[in-house]
Design a protein around this ligand. Structure first.
Ligand code: PLP
Length: 227
């Protein structure tokens, strides 16, 4: 039977293969293990196998996990929808928030980030597939939001994140993710210092590495099906 350590090893190996195949620098893609709806003992197994960065979608579940797992190297990323009533706990307990998509939420996270912690790393979530059901800011409003976030001293705006429409083939997946890469390039050309593209899940990992992802968010390929 494959253990979580085996799955992690396989995913890391795959990322390395894709980095070589698509001429990305070695280790330029970091692995965020998405542990939503997975029990704490599976996270502990991943930690034992050298995984320190975890992504969670549901605040209460995440807070329980964060409270019971202690290690200075652990890094918690909030990747779920952010409602106003969640910003305080996210600002207090997470290292990153990937799903910032409006000024109100950005301002609250900034104001609620505790003074003893470094600025909260954030990504702006962009609705690249223009679907009614997907959250994220529209591309035409992106520059204005990034400009605003740069004025908030308790946030460190790192880059962009997207959850694209599900596509089956590699070329179609790349076409979706390329939109996010081009938006980031456009912003860096304007002088914004952004270094992060958070994109790619278990199903579109190859496309994501090919299109410049710096953080891939992988759940089921590491932990198996969710409860
Ligand atoms: C659940 C989730 C993932 C991981 O998806 P898998 O298909 O399990 O790899 C990645 N990103 C976000 C935002 C998610 O909600």
């Amino acid at each position: 039977m494959m253990t979580i350590a085996d799955h992690l090893q396989a995913v890391r190996e795959q990322i390395k293969q894709y980095e070589m195949q698509y001429a990305r620098p070695l280790h330029s893609v970091s692995l965020l293990a998405v542990s939503k709806n997975q029990p704490i003992d599976k996270i502990q197994q991943a930690i034992a196998a050298g995984q320190w960065a975890f992504g969670e979608n549901y605040l209460q579940e995440a807070l329980t996990k964060i409270a019971s797992l202690h290690h200075p190297k652990l890094e918690w990323h909030f990747i779920g929808a952010i409602q106003s009533n969640k910003t305080k706990k996210i600002a207090e307990h997470f290292h990153w928030a990937h799903t910032v998509s409006d000024k109100t939420i950005a301002k609250r996270l900034n104001d609620q980030r505790p003074a003893h912690l470094p600025p909260l790393n954030i990504c702006i979530q962009v609705n690249i597939s223009q679907e009614m059901t997907k959250s994220g800011i529209n591309p035409d409003q992106l520059t204005s939001l990034v400009e605003y976030c740069e004025t908030l001293p308790r946030l460190h705006c790192r880059g962009l994140m997207a959850i694209p429409a599900l596509k089956q083939t590699l070329p179609e997946q790349r076409q979706e993710l390329q939109k996010l890469r081009k938006l980031l390039e456009n912003l860096t050309e304007k002088g914004f210092m952004l270094d992060t593209l958070s994109m790619g899940m278990s199903q579109d990992l190859e496309a994501a590495v090919a299109e410049g992802a710096t953080i891939v968010r992988v759940g089921t390929a590491i932990f198996g099906p969710r409860n």
